[in-house]
Design a protein around this ligand. Structure first.
Ligand code: SF4
Length: 211
């Protein structure tokens, strides 16, 4: 399956991740910049072989300005290690670069980005992919799938297989690690974690075959 995504806007001439971070910091393409602490750009080697794309920064990421430094990030780090993937090969980022939340007393409750916000922020993800040129993009959850595919696709239907992207490379869909944090039953949590690691193992094996 080859997915084609139209870019409605002209892409700016950005030649480095540093320039990209600076441009993202001034972004007003959707309303999410208004309430977040700061933009949270992607992070990792300039030419990583794998790019992992989450949904959006969480509370801790918003405060730190770094992706995947909260509880879900710790699960992701463990799964990357358990899959035998060298962390130095991995660039981590999000489909949406500002934290969307609902204030509840002193807490900020995560709110899922809507289709408009995902589509507006795809602009930045597309530039990240062009600069880093990862061989494999891992879409962590439905928001990342929607951004990468340009349309909603059920993660359960496409999970674990490689799909070619029109921009080059291929992507594999799997769950977002925050899903594992919400599972109460220990046996189920362990099973789902193993399935997540298996998806990442597929990515490692694909890279090994390509090397
Ligand atoms: S979420 Fe993305 S598109 Fe929206 S303001 Fe932030 S960087 Fe721009």
């Amino acid at each position: 399956m080859l997915l084609v995504r139209d870019m409605a806007d002209e892409r700016p001439d950005i030649q480095s991740l540093k320039a990209l971070r600076e441009a993202e910091a001034g972004c007003t393409r959707c309303p999410l910049y208004k309430n977040a602490t700061q933009v949270v750009p992607g992070e990792g080697p300039a030419h990583a072989r794998i790019m992992m794309v989450g949904e959006q920064p969480g509370d801790q990421e918003d405060l730190a300005g770094k992706p995947f430094v909260g509880p879900a990030g710790r699960v992701l780090d463990r799964a990357i290690a358990d899959a035998g993937i060298d962390r130095k090969l991995v660039f981590v980022t999000n489909a949406v670069k500002h934290f969307k939340f609902e204030p509840r007393g002193k807490r900020r409750l995560h709110k899922r980005p809507n289709a408009h916000e995902i589509d507006r922020c795809h602009w930045w993800l597309d530039i990240e992919k062009t600069l880093v040129k990862p061989e494999i993009v891992v879409a962590l959850g439905a928001t990342a799938v929607r951004s990468i595919a340009g349309k909603p696709l059920a993660v359960g239907k496409i999970r674990g297989r490689f799909i070619a992207m029109a921009t080059g490379g291929r992507f594999l869909a799997t769950i977002h690690p925050s899903y594992l944090l919400r599972i109460q039953d220990e046996a189920d949590k362990h099973k789902q974690y193993r399935m997540f690691v298996d998806d990442l193992v597929r990515c490692r094996e694909a890279l090994e075959h390509a090397a």
